[in-house]
Design a protein around this ligand. Structure first.
Ligand SMILES: *Cc1c(COP(=O)(O)O)cnc(C)c1O
Length: 222
């Protein structure tokens, strides 16, 4: 099937309130243009350099999402255009995003990455850490940041019961954080679900899925 067909198959299968982030990492601009020409505008990349290069070459009405683990010294390269940063897992990184956003006179939207997987390799903070960041006086001062929700990655396993439990724990974390009232926290997004598990994720409350290989085909990292 073509990229356009894959995209439409997924869009037809998901509810209207769920945002599809088309994960285009490792894929060439020509593939992304195929999705763009089919009407899609939201793309996710996991490397800053690659996202910057694609942003330069592509139409400017694309919403670029940074979905990968982010180093503080890379924030400046994308601060002028990134539309959502999914993987924020510490306060120092938030401060740097705020500083760079301020330079460009904009507010950058971010999701707090919560560790839900039972794997050391996955990044993220605990629900408790997220709660204390959101309630800290330091965070309240970060006027060029808006936290719009949470993001999580399930364990890499074919045990659906486990994946479901992890997605449910992210939904529960979101629901408990939601009660915190601070002006730069507007909880509306739960980013969870990838090609293999987005249907399960949506059943568990996901409002944003990050899908790569089911749209663009398998990735070749060479
Ligand atoms: C690569 C990636 C995805 C997409 O994975 P697929 O299995 O190809 O859909 C989603 N989220 C993150 C954080 C990724 O790095």
């Amino acid at each position: 099937m073509s990229i356009k067909q894959n995209l439409n198959t997924i869009l037809e299968a998901i509810p209207k309130h769920v945002t599809l982030v088309a994960v285009s990492k490792t894929k060439p601009v020509s593939d992304i243009m195929e999705a763009y020409n089919a009407g899609h505008r939201v793309f996710g990349e996991n490397k800053v350099q690659e996202m910057v290069e694609k942003h330069e070459q592509m139409p400017k009405d694309i919403e670029w999402h940074m979905i990968g683990h982010l180093q503080r010294n890379k924030v400046k390269y994308m601060a002028s255009f990134v539309s959502l940063i999914h993987g924020v897992d510490n306060l120092k990184l938030l401060k740097e995003i705020n500083k760079q956003a301020q330079k460009h006179n904009r507010v950058i939207e971010c999701l707090l990455q919560i560790k839900i997987a039972n794997e050391d390799s996955k990044f993220g903070m605990s629900a408790k850490d997220a709660s204390s960041i959101l309630q800290s006086s330091v965070f309240a001062e970060l006027k060029n940041i808006k936290i719009t929700g949470v993001m999580g990655m399930a364990t890499f396993t074919d045990n659906n019961t486990q994946i479901k439990q992890e997605f449910e724990s992210l939904k529960n974390t979101f629901d408990s954080l939601k009660t915190i009232e601070v002006s730069n926290f507007k909880p509306e997004t739960i980013s969870m679900g990838m090609s293999g598990d987005y249907k399960l994720a949506i059943n568990c409350g996901s409002t944003m899925i990050r899908v790569g290989s089911s749209i663009f085909g398998a990735r070749n990292y060479n």
